[in-house]
Design a protein around this ligand. Structure first.
Ligand code: NAP
Length: 262
């Protein structure tokens, strides 16, 4: 009988992990946790001040981080960013989010377009640009942060649900197409996560509407909960591919069945 594999990624200390949307929420928490797991983390997002401050915090804790301001929808900028890397161990496609909660009948096409651009084309841009470096690493991992919205719909979710379904399909298709190369594709699909900005962004800064999303829910997931699932999946031995991990708070049985304490 052989001993079980060690529960950590091979040579993690020398490996680079690129995280998109690292300026807040799940992305920032993932950056902290992957850095603590030994990765050299590269933090990207549009808000330079936020990622620079986080890189400073991570470096002060004795880990390794750099910040690079990047809009994932800007293909030329993404391609320029990718030239900095010969090899990349992990890419976490986390940048994204929702805009609005209008029904299909009245939803703003501009919101739908922007959600598709950020969640889907953004993921496509940076995954395409870094795929050669992920392959060159000999052991690459692409993480796609979709959502339970990528696996079922809900009223008022149309544009976001459509974009997250597309992101799910991107992950599934990529996995089929690159099988046999040393790159695995992991999809993480969280349910309700209480982060500082997600609902605020969705409702254009309306704090009341944003608060209602989590009203009465005893314990929504936190950014750290999701970062832990990401860190666990990417630190499995290379031959282990967690295709899809769905994670929800206990109080949420489905996208539409949520227990709220009054
Ligand atoms: N919170 C939830 O309930 C939940 C549930 C399931 C899935 N998710 C998904 O998890 C991911 C993170 O969500 P979160 O809750 O942590 O939200 P968040 O705090 O609003 O984080 C979104 C991140 O994406 C970045 N971003 C947005 N547009 C970008 C662009 N064009 N280029 C580069 N970065 C961009 C933002 O940074 P900048 O503004 O600085 O660019 C920010 O760092 C998203 O993909 C979201 O859809 C969230």
């Amino acid at each position: 009988m052989t001993a079980p594999s060690a529960p950590s990624a091979p040579s993690a200390p020398s490996r680079i992990a690129v995280i998109t949307g690292a300026s807040s929420g799940i992305g920032a928490a993932t950056a902290r946790q992957l850095a603590a797991a030994g990765y050299r983390v590269v933090l990207t997002a549009r808000r330079k001040d936020r990622i620079e401050a986080l890189a400073e915090e991570i470096n002060a804790a004795g880990h390794q981080a750099t910040a690079y301001a990047l809009d994932v929808t800007d293909r030329a900028a993404v391609d320029e960013f990718a030239t900095a890397f010969k090899t990349v161990g992990v890419l976490v496609n986390n940048a994204g989010g929702a805009l609005g909660a209008d029904p299909v009948a009245t939803g703003d096409p501009a919101d739908w377009r922007q959600m598709y651009e950020t969640n889907v084309i953004g993921t496509l841009n940076i995954t395409q640009a870094l795929l050669p470096a992920l392959t060159a690493s000999g052991d690459g991992t692409v993480v796609v942060l979709s959502s339970t919205a990528g696996h079922g719909t809900y009223e008022g979710g149309g544009g976001y649900v459509a974009a997250k379904h597309a992101e799910h399909v991107l992950a599934e298709t990529l996995r089929l197409e690159i099988v046999g190369t040393p790159v695995r594709v992991i999809e993480i699909a969280p349910g309700m996560v209480k982060t500082d900005e997600f609902a605020l962004t969705r409702f254009g800064g309306d704090t009341e509407k944003a608060a209602k999303v989590y009203a009465g829910v005893a314990e929504p997931l936190t950014a750290d909960d999701v970062a832990e699932t990401i860190t666990w999946t990417v630190t499995r031995p290379s031959h282990v591919n967690v295709d899809l991990l769905v994670v929800r708070p206990r109080a949420q049985a489905s996208n539409t069945k949520i227990h709220r304490e009054s």
